[in-house]
Write a protein that binds this ligand. Structure first.
Ligand code: ADP
Ligand code: MG
Length: 377
């Protein structure tokens, strides 16, 4: 289900962004709004008008999706419609819950014959396998049996018995996912195995959406798939997009940090996303394939910045699973990738590349990974 919202007034659109992403920095943002408004008026009086915005909100891949794009004439609308079509295609191919999807077909044939899948599906499964290797098996695209068992985020979430966990765990191993690129097939070696691309498909969908926008001439856009953010270019006035990072202890939309970015994905994984509570304990949706239980690494949220959302999405889950130390070690090894980790004792650990870039609200203890000094913001 999608609906189109035509934003005619720049001022209205600016206020929405201020409210969503930058509660703590609202004064700064308000100043930016006033400046932008002035700039816009000047722009209108100049050489033939500013680009118009098209915004569309819908529901796909189990989450709220928003695409906002700027282009001249009718192009913005067309581009945004196309971006949504791409996202819906990814859902139709890769959702484990859509019976006609590639992934559902692969899962049905687990232990049997290989399944021919679309090129996009093959690519995402292949990338997920790479992240399995990179994380020494913590990121596991064959996590399906454990995800189903826990049912976190569904109306049948429950604490499974140790026997159920052991049985499901024995079916989870991404190395038993066979990808045959020349045949274009995927096969799961054991009956009962199941792929789940929940930690990577949204990122891939965002990349596809961005590609559609750029092909339609859009040079400025903001894509949000349930907190998986991908920005195209800069804001229409040429300044960077300002992406807020969720405060894990506050209501949705309340942020503790802002990163100014251009052409970048910013994706968070956290215990606050989907969970249930029982006996005073929180059970969240990122499962450690070794224990079969929600991962307890001391991280409450991991945010990764990367050029492509497919990487940022997979890496945010990977860092979460690896924990603060191994997670940050991995990030600093990767070129063009940055991360922000929040631990359960309210520490913020940031990769050194974000020093002087990221803006943190007051009251946080901040450490740049690999550097000695601790800062109080
Ligand atoms: P969100 O979907 O909330 O943005 P993530 O990107 O971190 O969060 O993905 C979490 C989802 O990934 C889970 O809902 C599940 O579908 C899947 N998942 C859970 N544990 C793992 C794991 N160890 N490896 C890969 N995927 C996982
Ligand atoms: Mg992820």
């Amino acid at each position: 289900m999608t609906w189109n919202v035509h934003i005619r007034y720049e001022g209205y659109e600016r206020r929405r962004e201020v409210g969503r992403h930058s509660r703590a920095l609202s004064r700064t943002a308000l100043c930016a709004f006033v400046l932008l408004a002035a700039f816009t008026v000047a722009g209108c009086q100049g050489s033939g008008g500013r680009p118009s915005a098209s915004v569309r909100i819908g529901f796909a891949l189990g989450t709220l999706v928003q695409v906002r794009a700027y282009a001249h004439g009718e192009q913005a609308d067309k581009a945004v419609r196309e971006a949504f079509a791409r996202i819906e295609e990814v859902e139709a191919l890769m959702s484990a819950n859509v019976p006609s999807s590639d992934i559902a077909a692969v899962n049905r044939k687990a232990g049997g014959l290989p399944t021919r899948v679309a090129g996009d599906t093959l690519y995402v499964v292949k990338r997920a396998r790479e992240y399995g290797d990179l994380s020494h098996g913590r990121f596991d695209a064959a996590i399906g049996p454990l995800v189903r068992l826990w049912g976190i985020g569904t109306d049948h979430a429950k604490l499974p018995s140790p026997e159920e966990i052991a049985a499901a765990r024995s079916l989870v191993d991404y190395r038993d996912v066979e990808v045959d690129e020349s045949a274009g097939t995927v096969r799961l070696r054991k009956a009962g195995m199941a792929l789940d691309l929940g930690a990577i498909a949204k990122g891939f969908a965002a990349d596809r959406a961005a590609e559609a926008l750029v092909n339609r001439g859009v040079r400025s856009a903001f894509i949000d798939l349930g907190g998986n953010i991908l920005v195209v270019g800069s804001r229409p006035d040429g300044s960077p997009w300002r992406v807020g990072i969720q405060d894990p202890w506050k209501e949705r939309g309340a942020t503790f940090a802002v990163v100014p970015v251009r052409n970048m994905a910013v994706v968070s994984s956290g215990t606050y996303e989907r969970f249930f509570e029982q006996g005073g304990k929180r059970y969240h949706h990122i499962i450690d394939p070794d224990t079969g239980y929600p991962a307890e690494t001391g991280i409450v949220s991991a945010t990764v910045l990367a050029r492509h959302a497919v990487d940022a999405d997979a890496l945010s889950t990977t860092v979460f699973l690896l924990g603060p130390s191994d997670g940050m070690k991995l990030i600093t090894r990767l070129a063009g990738v940055e991360a922000v980790v929040v631990t359960d004792d309210r520490q913020v650990i940031i990769s050194p590349g974000l020093r002087g870039v990221i803006e943190i609200s007051t009251g946080w203890t901040v450490r740049f990974y690999g550097l000695e000094d601790v800062q109080e913001s």
